[in-house]
Ligand binder design. Structure first.
Ligand SMILES: Nc1ncnc2c1ncn2[C@@H]1O[C@H](COP(=O)(O)OP(=O)(O)OP(=O)(O)O)[C@@H](O)[C@H]1O
Ligand SMILES: [Mg+2]
Length: 373
């Protein structure tokens, strides 16, 4: 069997498997040491989760890691139930890794409303039904107390937090409280839909409780062309597969520096799928799922879809895009309404403005929109 490390599809968790990004890794560590609220942002498939997991692992940071995408994909949808279950699981995973202090931590949680504690198997269950719902602020206070007693900075990670925006929970208020009073907790958030994430937190909204609190931002970037080529060549060499330079360059041209898609290409190629278009199509089907989930949550699904289709064909100026939408719908559209829709797509990372032109930023996303949406 071929052992591939660089092209392994799971998020990376150790420095030896993480290509490059040592600067981002150090940035994240510095933010963790000095800030209270950290946001890891970057395009889809750019390597945010890998960066966070590698940081937590390499620096042995005590952490509770909640994958908010799992919450939104649960059979109960984004609900207090699925949130409470994911948080319970994340907390129990933390306990599992640190059996030595499980009893001390559980003792602190025993009195918190809505937290069921089982000392015999060192687990908790957070209650979610309306009347007996767990008290999240008190839960965090207990975690903070524990971190203070142990002399550690406990990281609370919410990967892709914007997925929880439909939840009836004021994250802005909760995080402002954590920021001001729970000084041994560091909250690390990640988001590929950075505008939606910041809207949800209200960091730029004077009315929001979080307004004025400093968010330390770590940006995960696309790889340059030469880095992308180097990444693929290293991966192929590690897998012992000889690949023509021309094939590598063509893939890099098509995949636009997104390490997740480069990894997917490398993995597919090593496993016998050699046709680039075929690989792009498989990737774009995955991406289409994400777009569909976004559209399903909006009120103007049809209009959003048309704008995305138009912008995925070629970069367009504001007025050109609006006219094309009007032509497609056969009605005139108010400037303000059109702009609101466009801004929302930008915030969701589905459209980008480059040199006065609106475009779909990622080629896989563009293929997904054209073929599968
Ligand atoms: N620095 C890296 N070196 C090697 N492989 C990486 C690196 N970063 C990410 N990958 C690979 O790219 C893919 C996507 O990574 P990851 O899930 O971390 O990205 P992401 O930005 O969190 O994606 P998403 O937007 O889907 O949440 C995975 O297959 C992962 O193994
Ligand atoms: Mg991720």
């Amino acid at each position: 069997m071929v052992v591939v490390l660089l092209f392994d599809l799971a998020p990376k968790t150790s420095r030896k498997d993480l290509y490059d990004f040592s600067e981002e890794l150090e940035n994240l560590y510095r933010s963790y040491r000095s800030a209270r609220l950290v946001a890891v942002v970057g395009p889809r498939r750019a390597g945010k989760t890998s960066l966070i997991l590698t940081f937590l692992n390499e620096y042995s940071v005590p952490h509770i890691f909640v994958d908010c995408r799992v919450v939104s994909l649960s059979e109960y949808g984004v609900s207090f139930r699925s949130f409470a279950e994911s948080l319970s699981n994340a907390f129990n995973a933390f306990l599992n890794m640190h059996r030595g202090f499980a009893d001390r931590l559980l003792s602190l949680l025993r009195g918190v409303r809505g937290v069921e504690v089982d000392f015999s198997i060192a687990r908790i269950a957070l209650r979610w039904k309306r009347r007996e719902r767990f008290n999240i602020a008190a839960f965090l206070e207990a975690l903070n107390m524990f971190a203070e007693n142990e002399g550690v900075r406990l990281a609370l990670v919410f990967d892709e937090l914007q997925e929880l925006s439909p939840l009836n929970l004021d994250f802005s208020k909760l995080l402002a409280y954590t920021y001001d009073h729970l000084r041994n907790l560091v909250v690390i958030l990640s988001g590929s839909q950075v505008g939606l994430l910041y809207d949800m937190l209200g960091v730029e909204d004077p009315e929001s409780p979080l307004y004025g609190r400093l968010v330390s931002e770590v940006r995960v970037r696309r790889l340059s062309k030469s880095e992308s080529i180097d990444f693929l060549e290293r991966g192929f060499s590690e897998a012992g597969v000889a690949v023509n330079r021309h094939v590598v360059e063509e893939a890099v041209e098509r995949l636009d520096g997104l390490i997740g898609w480069l990894t997917f290409f490398g993995w597919s190629y090593v496993n016998g799928v050699r046709d680039l278009e075929n690989i792009v199509d498989t990737a774009s089907r995955q991406e289409a799922e994400e777009v569909r989930r976004f559209l399903a949550r909006t009120r103007s699904e049809k209009r959003f879809r048309t704008i995305l289709k138009l912008a995925s064909q070629k970069p367009m100026r504001w007025s050109e895009l609006k006219r094309a939408l009007e032509f497609s719908e056969g009605v005139e559209i108010d400037d303000h309404n059109f702009n609101t829709l466009l801004q929302r797509l930008i915030k969701a990372g589905l459209i980008e403005k480059r040199d006065e032109h609106y475009t779909v930023p990622d080629p896989i996303l563009a293929a997904a929109i054209q073929k599968h949406i």
